[in-house]
Design a protein around this ligand. Sequence first.
Ligand SMILES: Nc1ncnc2c1ncn2[C@@H]1O[C@H](COP(=O)(O)OP(=O)(O)OP(=O)(O)O)[C@@H](O)[C@H]1O
Ligand SMILES: [Mg+2]
Length: 148
Amino acid sequence: MEPPELAILVGLPGAGKTSFVRSRLAGHVHVSKDLMRHARNRNERQLALVAQALAARRSLVVDNTNLRVADRAPLIAAARAAGARVVGYFFDATAKECLERNRSREGRARVPDVAIHIARARLELPARGEGFDALFIVRAEAGEFQVR
Ligand SMILES: Nc1ncnc2c1ncn2[C@@H]1O[C@H](COP(=O)(O)OP(=O)(O)OP(=O)(O)O)[C@@H](O)[C@H]1O
Ligand SMILES: [Mg+2]
């Protein structure tokens, strides 16, 4: 049996992460803080869901902005402890692009513009040395995803 995979997405709000999950990682367990608006401690809840999927030997994707090394470290540690492969996808999108895409979103999918500026300032680019077995760069454009 192949070992499970943990996919960690890294990108600004509006960069295309959730769309990518739907089109490219539809078979993975989808873990996202956006799916747990009412949980009291979303970090704890997220780590519990990650541990659960890994224990069941299921591949999963963590679909948050995951902007900082410190956001990614506990996820990578959990995957490594379970013998899972760790794959990163960095969404290469400028704040300007994200602001434009965000403007075209409806309802609660739309975030305040300031959230994109704050995220840009917080972003720490992911690096292989954090413990990724593979790290890809994704461009979401014209309804397609270029992965390199
Ligand atoms: N491949 C693509 N080409 C062009 N536009 C795209 C593409 N993928 C997504 N978009 C547009 O970008 C917007 C944001 O996409 P999405 O919701 O997937 O971003 P996100 O990174 O999950 O954002 P958040 O962090 O706020 O959840 C969507 O409204 C969508 O229309
Ligand atoms: Mg999303």
